[in-house]
Design a protein around this ligand. Sequence first.
Ligand code: SF4
Length: 308
Amino acid sequence: MSGSCVSFQEAEPRAKKPDWLRVKLPIGESYKNVRNLVDTHKLHTICESGNCPNMGECWGAGTATFMILGNICTRSCGFCAVATGRPEAVDWDEPQRVAEAIYLMKVKHAVITSVDRDELKDGGSIIWYNTIKAVKALTPGTTLETLVPDFKGEKENIQRIIEAAPEVVSHNIETVERMTRQVRIQAKYWRSMEVLKYLKESGMRTKSGIMLGLGETQEEVLQTMRDLRASGVDVITIGQYLQPTRKHLPVQRFVHPQEFDEYTLAGYEMGFDYVESGPLVRSSYHSERHVYPGIGKLQWEQKKAMMA
Ligand code: SF4
């Protein structure tokens, strides 16, 4: 999901996690209901594939991020817990199954993402189109965030997403320019920026995300934020990278919550419409709040007023 998933669990952490990264275990009836739906519809979720620390909170609230086009990716990003290899054949029934699960879950907002399918001529964009359309047909009131690959920058494929008209289109830049080759080897920093710019110029509400703690400097983070703004990105998520296994890139630094707040302030000053910045923030976290313009800035003003 080129630039989409983030990986979130340190199986064997090298450095002790600070207190602010402790999360609650998944429990409760809503969690069990989502678990059953995902299992019975043979669906994949990035929540599980990415070992997301917010799974308990999100599934407990009845939301999940569905991962389409299988669970094997043609890319091999150094931070990502999704398996790399030769994907299985495209499952043309998948769009309908995703739509039915969303219908049964009665969710008002859903996030859909995918692995990268670079071996397919259409990059998986037809399944993407069919899935968005199937969800819209079955649950017209459900808003959608689609967290899409870069489709190798091919406009014909990106255009299918635009034509399907989800409420938010997201594509994660993941890291700063200098570290892109190390962090997501098959991707290109400026190609992702171009994809985001094209989506924005086509009238989409756009979103992107970056992980911290991989070795980037604060100035590089700010420059990446400026580049995203220059590409017209409306919503940005900034979170702490956590190493999924010892084979993945190590955590270089646990960023303090105060620094995340500084990025929030900087982001609003740069003109982002919504800045979601914090240690446990993941691309899909609070995604339902990212649909409507103006909410983020209002929340930030209220938080600042309470702290004053
Ligand atoms: S390896 Fe695949 S699924 Fe994981 S972040 Fe990279 S493109 Fe996305």
